[in-house]
Design a protein around this ligand. Structure first.
Ligand code: FAD
Length: 481
């Protein structure tokens, strides 16, 4: 039967499209359904276009500070917002085109439309209610459309959307979600960012670097609440030096709108309320899974706090139905979605030795200035879990490469189990740490000990040397500080 597959995947984000490729590689007849944008949120509205914006901001920053590097730029450097946004959108288009190409290359059928599970092994695809993202590379020529499709295995990879606080719902004009923040038509003079998780702080960093007066309001007592407190505080001081205003232990309780600005009522811990007026506000209070209207109720698929409940291999409580990525719960990160995809499909294909997801070893990266990256336990969590720990630290000010680059504000912190020498966590802040963290992720995956890390040769001069020095510091053997 033409409409019958081994595996159908609903959603083509990093979870869905990686599942499709791996499934096809394993010889399974595979189709993927998408209603809006091939490549999902990550490539169209998330990971990639934000990094494009942040790159423009970074280059703007360097141009403004050219004289620190002995360079003169005649006249002032100006930002062309339209061109910056257009570059970011062009990159998103290239990414969605890339996924179209990969589907074709791997002989995965693309079905364009909105999918709903009707019974185990069956979905109905109807005309999409979503406006396809713009710009979008042409769909594969042989893309299929509305109809009923069957498969032995159905993987739900429908992703997530912005969460909204009651009474402070984004309106797309004055109160933005990441969609509007990603393609501003005009640069606001002032911006209030509600929430300092990765999404909020990346936008705060972009707009501040572009000269916008940015205030961040965070309900917790530190920025980037999931990060190690010492690292988050280090980053906060850098943000404040750049002129960002950060209000911690405070919540936005009400927003009044006027023609072209908002006034937020910000309630602090002591009950005092400060009114802050800004041109625009970004609501960055998290995301919620896309679990509605996909037939979960009819099939009795279990959900918990807005996400589908799965085991370590992506299986739901209903045989033949699986979930991966953001819709299957936190951490809501693209690389977590991709890894879950591979595990899920390999288990479906019956491969031996498929390891279940190990959430303790998922790195997290925030691409603000300075960048923040981490893996494993924070100092507070390690102590709360009862570990007797050794902590090592090394500052970028003592690293030759960081000084040569003019990037001497950063630090590495490593946490070891005193008893076994096991690396429990690594936390970095500073230039390019999102590229460095993988060294520690590999170390953790291989269950490397402190001894092995200390015997590893790191190239000189590199910022990565701070990683080794941090380990040496944990054992009283630091060399360059
Ligand atoms: C601003 C921002 C920045 C981010 N930056 C990073 C980052 O730097 N690093 C990182 O790891 N993560 C980042 N993320 C998170 C990352 O984008 C997500 O974790 C990732 O996209 C999740 O992948 P997914 O496959 O689960 O879902 P998604 O990428 O959300 O894809 C789901 C797809 O399913 C489709 N779909 C939904 N319902 C249906 C249906 N019924 N029928 C057909 N199709 C359907 C949707 O249209 C969508 O294309 C960021 C997110 C945002 C918003």
């Amino acid at each position: 039967m033409a409409n019958n597959y081994d595996v159908i995947i609903i959603g083509s984000g990093p979870g869905g499209y990686i599942a499709a490729i791996r499934s096809a590689q394993l010889g399974l007849k595979t189709a993927i359904v998408e209603r809006e944008h091939l490549a999902g949120i990550c490539s169209n509205w998330g990971c990639i276009p934000t990094k494009a914006l942040l790159r423009s901001a970074e280059i703007f920053h360097y141009a403004e500070h050219a004289k620190n590097y002995g360079l003169k730029i005649e006249g002032s450097v100006t930002a062309d917002l339209k061109a910056i946004v257009s570059r970011s959108r062009g990159i998103a288009e290239r990414m969605n085109g890339g996924v179209g190409f990969l589907m074709k290359k791997n002989k995965v059928d693309v079905i364009w439309g909105e999918a709903k599970l009707t019974k185990p092994g069956e979905i109905v695809v109807s005309k999409t209610t979503k406006k396809p993202v713009e710009p979008q590379a042409p769909l594969p020529k042989n893309a299929l459309g509305e109809g009923t499709y069957t498969a032995k295995h159905i993987i739900i990879a429908t992703g997530a959307r912005p969460r909204a606080l009651p009474g402070i719902e984004p309106d797309g004009k004055l109160i933005w979600t990441y969609f509007e923040a990603m393609k501003p038509e005009e640069m606001p003079k002032s911006l209030l960012v509600m929430g300092s998780g990765a999404i909020g702080i990346e936008f705060a960093s972009f707009y501040r670097t572009m000269g916008v007066d940015v205030t961040v309001v965070e309900v917790m007592s530190q920025v980037m609440p999931v990060e190690d407190t010492e690292i988050a505080n280090f980053a906060r001081k850098q943000f404040e030096k750049q002129g960002m205003k950060i209000i911690l232990d405070a919540k936005v309780t009400k927003v009044e709108k006027s023609a072209n600005s908002i006034t937020a009522h910000v309630e602090k811990k002591d009950g005092k309320v400060e009114q802050i007026t800004a041109d625009r506000m970004v609501s960055a209070v998290g995301v919620q899974g896309n679990i509605e209207n996909i037939g979960l109720e009819a099939l009795g698929i279990k959900t918990d706090r807005g996400c589908i409940v799965i085991d370590g291999y992506g299986k739901t409580n209903v045989p033949g139905v699986y979930a991966i990525g953001d819709v299957a719960g936190p951490p809501m990160l693209a690389h977590k979605a991709e890894h879950e995809a591979v595990i899920c499909v390999e288990k479906i294909a019956g491969l031996p030795n498929v390891h279940p997801m190990d959430k303790a070893k998922i790195p997290g990266c925030t691409y603000c200035n300075p960048q923040v990256a981490s893996v494993g336990l924070t100092e507070a969590k390690a102590k709360a879990e009862g570990y007797d720990i050794r902590v090592g630290r090394f500052p970028f000010v003592a690293n030759g490469k960081a000084i040569a680059l003019g990037e001497d504000q950063g630090m590495v912190k490593t946490i070891f189990d005193k008893k076994t020498g096991q690396l429990l966590g690594a936390h970095l802040v500073g230039a390019e740490v999102t590229e460095l963290i993988q060294g520690f992720v590999i170390a953790m995956n291989l269950e490397t000990t402190e001894e092995e890390l200390m015997h590893t040769i790191f190239p000189h001069p590199t910022i990565s040397e701070t990683m080794k020095e941090s380990v040496l510091d944990a054992y009283g053997r630091v060399l360059n500080a």
